[in-house]
Design a protein around this ligand. Structure first.
Ligand code: GLC
Length: 644
């Protein structure tokens, strides 16, 4: 995190590099200062490539080009963010995640919806993959054919630039998916490789026969065992076996090739100059491969991230990296910087465990496993933030370790099985309606698709026209979001969850989507419903209006609660009541105690444990009565308590 003094050799290298920066470059001194600041960490990261002087000069040339091209408004943004390095950690940072076409038709449409985003205090918009993908199927855009074009039905690069400018004027950042692990089979690099071009064949992993793939497969898990089994695909054109971790048409890139690094350094800076603020580093865990390992989370991944981040900091310091690493806690923490990478890699990362534990506790009505697992969670660096969320566009994998389960007297396998049964709707008495995604016959792993509202019970309750169950499902949605909004980090609100949208089965009618049931929880925004919610009539509309109002309240409370700054970690407390999840956030302005009842019956926290009899609920701004018997919480009630 601290700038390291340059060694003798680095000073000489810096002088040589500086001499290559043309005198005419605007703000040359700024570029020089940043180069000096970041050179040690850039070189440390690039050590994976042992780059030659010429290769370093190639990289410098890319940086100089984009430094020259950076617009004055973005240079000002760089300055503003350098002056407020915690800009993304502040409680007012609330993110909204949406598919462009499903939210607003296209990029121009997004512009029209900005008032809606502002009405929810959104400061960060993640539009799902919008760069040009291959023709469908393209994994929701995660098979990019051209990183320098916008998906043709969504608009143009000019529209993107226009959008980022308009968002910036309103203090909203834009997050873009950057798929690093693979490109579409139709990407120019893959096309050339298929045509026999050796330079581009070296961009991928292509094997003449099954010898290497067979050896590698022994240690590789399958990401899509159902519709894309195995990790290698035979390519007819080149007559080789190509590494394809995900779908057959997503070709894994060979990141051990410095040329690939240069290509992405160039793409990142180019997109940054179009106004992108945050890069979601898609499937980052997979980018380095080594025989005999599961080819995930290898140390080189962090070195490469560090090098890419140094490049971004030198040219576009306003830009953030968000790691999409859905991996166990002890691997995950490295994406936010551990050991030598402290403060030098991604600024934010998904808190997958919190999401999984929320669903687990809702199903079991017991918070002991969640409390235990989160208490074991490694601490993050204070200058980084978690991305907390309840739902996203992907399935839910039951990432609960055997160790955590056994610590609270559960069998890990049985509990994971219970959760997939519960959320698939197989378990007797379940409230959830979800779908099984990618059942793996070898590991018996069963992931789940489904919208937050359907998984939380609203769909079933409406089918049964049961007002009490509807009420409970609304409370479940609000209570879990109350955790997401207060646990610490940037809450990601997934489009439609603010309106409790149910599962949408229309994907089954589209042959390009019907194989992949994650589309069930990627509905289109029903703007007409939104208008109706002002005067809700049906049971469903009333539930939606309640969720919408409750969510707004949470957001409004969050932005006024300094204790929710992401620099501070939540301390999960040992709760005296197994149904109640409790954590505290210690901040110089006072202690915030957040309590959540995960059961559908009233629960109490005893007075002796609370140690206080007077508190204000930061959400309702009302004093909370704590009687001698303790603090009573109604079914799924949640409070953010500020001691008086
Ligand atoms: C990420 C995305 C997921 C996609 C995968 C392959 O995990 O979130 O939707 O299928 O990467 O790109």
């Amino acid at each position: 995190m601290f700038s390291t003094p340059l060694t003798h050799q680095q000073t000489r290298l810096l002088e040589t590099l500086e001499s290559k920066i043309p005198k005419s470059v605007p703000e040359r001194h700024v570029l020089q200062a940043r180069l000096k600041r970041y050179l040690p960490e850039l070189l440390e990261g690039l050590a994976v490539y042992q780059p030659t002087q010429t290769q370093l000069e190639q990289l410098l040339k890319i940086m100089v080009t984009h430094h020259k091209a950076r617009k004055p408004s973005l240079r000002l943004l760089d300055l503003e963010r350098l002056l407020a390095p915690d800009w993304f950690e502040r409680p007012e940072t609330i993110a909204y995640v949406a598919y462009t076409e499903r939210f607003a038709g296209n990029l121009k449409g997004v512009l029209e919806k900005v008032p809606y985003l502002e009405s929810m205090h959104i400061k960060y918009l993640h539009l799902m993959p919008f760069l040009q993908p291959r023709p469908a199927p393209h994994d929701g855009g995660y098979a990019v054919q051209n990183y320098r074009e916008v998906r043709s039905d969504l608009g143009t690069i000019e529209d993107l630039e226009h959008l980022t400018e308009a968002l910036h004027q309103r203090g909203i950042s834009l997050c873009c998916d950057l798929v690093l692990n693979h490109v579409a089979l139709e990407h120019e690099w893959a096309t050339k490789a298929r045509g026999g071009d050796k330079k581009y064949q070296n961009y991928f992993y292509m094997y003449p026969d099954r010898t290497m793939p067979d050896q590698l497969e022994q240690h590789l898990p399958e990401v899509f065992p159902d519709f894309a089994p195995g990790n290698f695909t035979f390519d007819q054109a080149s007559k080789t076996w190509v590494w394809t971790t995900f779908n057959a048409w997503q070709w894994d890139l060979n990141w051990s090739n410095f040329e690939v690094f240069l290509e992405f350094a160039d793409v990142i800076l180019w997109l940054s100059n179009k106004g992108i603020d945050i890069f979601r580093l898609d499937a980052i865990a997979f980018i380095w491969k080594r025989l005999g390992t599961n080819c995930q989370n290898l140390p080189e991944v962090h070195q490469i991230t560090q090098a890419l981040r140094s490049v971004a900091r030198i040219v576009a310091p306003a830009v953030l990296f968000k790691a999409e690493a859905i991996v166990p806690p002890n691997d995950l923490i490295h994406y936010l910087g551990r050991g030598q990478h402290f403060g030098k890699v991604s600024d934010t990362a998904y808190h997958n465990s919190l999401m999984v534990q929320l669903w687990s506790s809702l199903a079991s009505k017991d918070t002991r496993l969640m409390s235990h697992a989160l208490r074991q969670f490694p601490k993050k660096p204070s200058n980084t933030a978690w991305n907390t969320y309840l739902r996203c566009h992907d399935d839910i994998g039951w990432a609960i370790s055997d160790l955590d389960a056994s610590a609270v007297g559960l069998d890990g396998y049985a509990h994971r099985r219970f959760l997939s049964d519960f959320y698939a709707g197989y378990f007797k008495g379940t409230f959830a309606k979800g779908l099984v995604f990618q059942e793996n016959p070898k590991t018996h792993d069963r992931r789940i698709s489904g919208s937050a509202a359907s998984l939380a019970g609203l769909e079933l309750a409406l089918e049964q026209s049961d007002p009490r169950q509807v009420e409970l499902s609304v409370q479940r949605l609000l209570m879990t979001h109350a955790v997401v909004f207060s646990f610490g980090g940037i809450p990601l609100l997934y489009m439609g969850d603010e309106l409790a949208l149910l599962n949408d089965h229309s994907f089954l009618e589209n042959p390009e989507m019907s194989m992949d049931n994650r589309w069930v929880h990627r509905p289109a925004m029903p703007w007409e419903v939104l208008a109706r919610l002002e005067q809700p009539v049906s049971l469903q509309e009333r539930a939606q209006a309640q969720v919408q109002a409750g969510m707004k309240k949470l957001i409004e409370a969050r932005v006024q609660t300094p204790q929710l700054h992401a620099a501070i970690e939540s301390t999960v407390l040992e709760s005296p009541n197994a149904h109640v999840f409790v954590f505290e956030r210690l901040h110089p302005t006072g202690r915030l105690l957040c309590v959540f009842n995960f059961s559908d019956t009233a629960q109490v926290l005893p007075m002796w444990w609370l140690g206080t009899s007077q508190a204000i609920d930061q959400i309702s701004q009302q004093p909370v009565r704590i009687e001698s018997g303790g603090l009573w919480l109604a079914a799924y009630q949640y409070l953010w308590l500020l001691e008086k």
